[in-house]
Structure formats: structure tokens, C-alpha cells
Design a protein around this ligand. Structure first.
Ligand code: CA
Length: 224
């Protein structure tokens, strides 16, 4: 797995690089947002570890530019602890995960590994709910002639919901399946992603497919 680490604090960057290298990741480091953007468009990385606080072009701006250019490389954002708005903004901008500083290296490695986990899908399966379809090979969703590009986490969330239409999926089950968390991070991560998914698959379409079951979780089905 090839990982791009974007962090201007040289000590932190080197610390992360060494940790990932010791786990057999190939690592490139950039200390600058503009340069990182260039590198990310020139090289196919399996994951990007992106610090929000960067001089010049900050991490959120790098992320937005990447997604605007249809680059769907999984991104793990690093943010200062307590910057909840920043994190939500990051997730809305297309980040796949985030980690608050200071973090344990073991956790960083686990998150990067989870982001980079790809392939292994034996054969193409098309999942369908109503007129929404999801191709598990191309990872594209379609509804009413519109094709949606999905980030890694959006894809995993939609796949999880579509594999059991009508079943109510609780927040913990979603955190476990989509983020590999076995604990509740105490944030609105799931809600943020549900909202993003809803904007893609339900906005402008009838009937709505993604339903909130108040206090319990979410379900995907044709009938309300
Ligand atoms: Ca920084």
C-alpha cells in the first residue's frame, strides 16, 4: 500500500512515516498543501493522511480540490482535538475518516489499513432497492439514469444498507461495519454520512428510500 502523508510539522510527519514504514507501507511525505495536491494527482495512492492545519493551502482546501477533480483516494484527516466543526466540515468535503491529535500510532495504522482495504470482491453483484442500484465492482450507484460517485465510506454505508433492505441498521452496527469501530466515538459521524448519502440518492427522487427510525437507526426501503 502506498500512502501520502501531508503534515508540515516535520517531527510529526517523520514519526508517522516511520510508523507506517515499519508496517510495510510505502510512504511519501509532503510538508505543503499545494505540493500534496500535485503529488496526489500524479501518483495513485491507496490512502492519504492529511493534516488540516497546513500553511498556505490547508488540508480542507486540498481535500475539496481532490474531490472536485474526481480523485476518490481515501483520505484520513488529522485535526486538532476539540475542533468538531472542522471535522464535520472535513467529512462534508469528502474525507473518509478523521483522527484527533494527539493520537496513538497503533490507531493511525489501523485506520490507514482499513481505508486502503480494497478489492477481494469475487464477482460483480448489482444490489437493487426500488430503482436504486449499486454495482459492487465499479462501486457506482445509479438512480433514474443518474450515476453517483461515492467515496469509500459512502460506498460501504450504502452497500451495508442495501444488502438488507428493510432492516433497521443501528448506529453501532453501522460504525462497526463501515468504520471498523468497536466503540462509539461519541460524534455525529454516522449522521453526517447518512445526510451525504441522502443528498446523493434521495434528493430530487421519489419515493425516498433512506429512512430514519427515530432513536434506533436507519433503514433503506421502498415503502415508508
Ligand atoms: Ca500541521
Amino acid at each position: 500500500m502506498r500512502v501520502l502523508v501531508v503534515e508540515d510539522e516535520k517531527k510529526t510527519a517523520s514519526f508517522i512515516r516511520k510508523a507506517l514504514q515499519s508496517e510495510s507501507f510505502a510512504v511519501d511525505v509532503s510538508h505543503d498543501g499545494g505540493e500534496a495536491l500535485l503529488l496526489a494527482t500524479q501518483t495513485a495512492f491507496d490512502a492519504i493522511v492529511l493534516d488540516i492545519m497546513l500553511p498556505g493551502r490547508d488540508g480542507l482546501s486540498v481535500l475539496r480540490q481532490l474531490r472536485e477533480r474526481k480523485n476518490n483516494t481515501p483520505v484520513l484527516l488529522l485535526s486538532a482535538r476539540g475542533q468538531v466543526n472542522e471535522r464535520v466540515e472535513g467529512l462534508n468535503a469528502g474525507a473518509d475518516d478523521y483522527l484527533a491529535k494527539p493520537f496513538a500510532l497503533a490507531e493511525l495504522i489501523a485506520r490507514v489499513r482499513s481505508l486502503g482495504r480494497r478489492g477481494g470482491e469475487p464477482k460483480s453483484v448489482i444490489l437493487r432497492v426500488g430503482n436504486l442500484s449499486l454495482d459492487t465492482t465499479t462501486r457506482q450507484a445509479q438512480r433514474g439514469g443518474t450515476t453517483f460517485e461515492l467515496t469509500t465510506r459512502e460506498y460501504r454505508l450504502l452497500e451495508f444498507l442495501m444488502r438488507s433492505p428493510g432492516r433497521i441498521c443501528g448506529r453501532m452496527a453501522i460504525l462497526e461495519k463501515v468504520w471498523d469501530y468497536d466503540f462509539d466515538p461519541g460524534t455525529n459521524l454516522v449522521d453526517v454520512y447518512i445526510k451525504r448519502l441522502r443528498e446523493k440518492i434521495d434528493e430530487g427522487f421519489e419515493p425516498k428510500l433512506l429512512h430514519t427510525v427515530r432513536g434506533v437507526g436507519y433503514t433503506l426501503k421502498e415503502q415508508p
